[in-house]
Structure formats: C-alpha cells, structure tokens
Design a protein around this ligand. Structure first.
Ligand code: C5P
Length: 230
C-alpha cells in the first residue's frame, strides 16, 4: 500500500512521514518504509557540487543523474553507497537543488527510481509512506490514500526559526518568511512535476498542532479511507 504526502517546504512532511510509517508498522503488523524524495534531488545537487559542474549546462548534471546510484533505506539516503543523509541538508546543497528539481530529464530518472523502490517494497510485502511535491499527482496517481500537508507561511517560518535557535543559530523571521514564500512560488511554478494539491488528497493544515496530533489525524484518516475502500 502506498500513502503519499505532498506539501510545501517547512510543513514537516519528512518528520510526519517517518513517524507515520513507524506508527502504521506497529499498528498493522506490516512494515511500512518511508521515502524522502527531496533527498534524492538533493543528492544529485551534492554530486554536482563535488564534481564542480557548470550549473548553466544542464547536461552536466543530467549525466551525473544517469550515472550515480541513489538509494534510500531506513530513512537514510545513499549516494554511490555513501550515507549522505546529513550532508544533503547543507545550505550549499539546498541552494543548488533547484537545478536538479527543475530539470525534466533528471525528474524522469527520479520518478522511475521512486516507482521501482515502491515496486520492490510491494514485492517484499511492505508498504510505503512517500513524501515530496509530486508524489500523489505525477508519481503515484493511483495511491489509495493521499495527503496534502500544509501550514501557513507564518507558521512554517516560526517553526524554521525555532529549529535554527535549537541548533544555536540565528535567523530573522521576516527573512525566513520571504525565503519560504519564494520557495513556494518556485515549487508551484515548475514546468514539470510542480507542487500541486492532488484533487483526491486529504488536506491537513497543521497550524497549532503537535507532531503527534498530526500523525494521529493522518492515521485516523487512513483507517477511514481503508474502511471506505473495502
Ligand atoms: O523537501 P525538500 O526540501 O528536501 O526538497 C528539496 C527540493 O527538491 C525542493 O526544492 C523541492 O522542490 C524539490 N522536490 C521536488 N520533488 C519532490 C521532492 C522535492 O521537486 N518530489
């Protein structure tokens, strides 16, 4: 069974997807894996930085995407076998990831990889909670349960500022809010695989909710959806 979670940056999709996969594994007795598809685009950008590609020549990054191996297992991302889970979160990688995410040829490769990961899990009798921007629309349009997890830009900016402060870093709320708004526009206006709320998705606005509240609501919705299907 595939469950998709799409939504804008900073809505907490990764944390929610990870906890949801754990909760479903415990409650259903069937293993659910979690897939962070943003980390796959980030991994291509990381390799682009390492190989010092010319970012204005799209083919250079495409060649990397065609030749590297990206694997996502147990919530970790591997690039040619190396665990790059933490490295792909750096500001330098975040800044360059758009060159991978906006490139149609690279998106085709990533979508095909995401589908083959899901197929392998299905053959192994496992479920999948996958999160990104296009999972319920372009990658798994037939997924039986789809979510669109969002929060207001102000709430997402406050959470990001809190995160930074917890890591001993500084930030300005208005600057973070501007970055979040810019990223939303960019995500939604991408020519291929734009962020779009699937017509058949369940929408959850998580303002004022704890992580546990969100996961509890999603679990409840999954149970209701499954009861409707059978
Ligand atoms: O979710 P995260 O911030 O890690 O995503 C990194 C980048 O990859 C973002 O710019 C996002 O737009 C892009 N992305 C994408 N398609 C996905 C997941 C992420 O284009 N399925």
């Amino acid at each position: 069974m595939i469950i998709t979670i799409d939504g804008p940056a900073g809505a907490g999709k990764s944390t929610v997807a990870r906890l949801l996969a754990q909760t479903l594994s415990k409650q259903s007795g069937k293993t659910f894996e979690y897939l962070d598809t943003g980390s796959m685009y980030r991994a291509i950008a990381l390799m682009g930085l390492r190989r010092k590609v010319d970012w204005d020549v799209a083919e250079e990054l495409e060649r990397i995407a065609e030749n590297v191996s990206i694997a996502v297992r147990n919530g970790k991302t591997f690039l040619d076998g190396e665990d790059v889970t933490e490295l792909v979160r750096s500001p330098e990688v975040t800044d360059k990831t758009r060159f991978a995410a906006d490139n149609p040829a690279i998106r085709r490769i990533m979508v095909s990889l995401q589908r083959s990961i899901a197929e392998q899990l299905r053959e192994d009798g496992k479920g999948l909670v996958t999160e990104g921007r296009d999972q319920g629309t372009a990658v798994f349009p037939d997924a039986p349960v789809k979510f669109f997890l969002t929060a207001t830009p102000e709430e997402r900016a406050k959470r990001r500022l809190n995160e930074l402060q917890q890591h001993g870093k500084q930030g300005k709320l208005n600057e973070i809010l501007q970055q979040i708004t810019n990223r939303d526009v960019r995500d939604a206006s991408r020519a291929v695989g734009p962020m779009k709320e699937p017509a058949d998705a369940i929408r959850l606005v998580s303002d004022g909710m704890t992580l546990e509240d969100v996961v509890c609501q999603l679990t409840q919705k999954i149970i209701e959806s499954i009861l409707c299907i059978i």
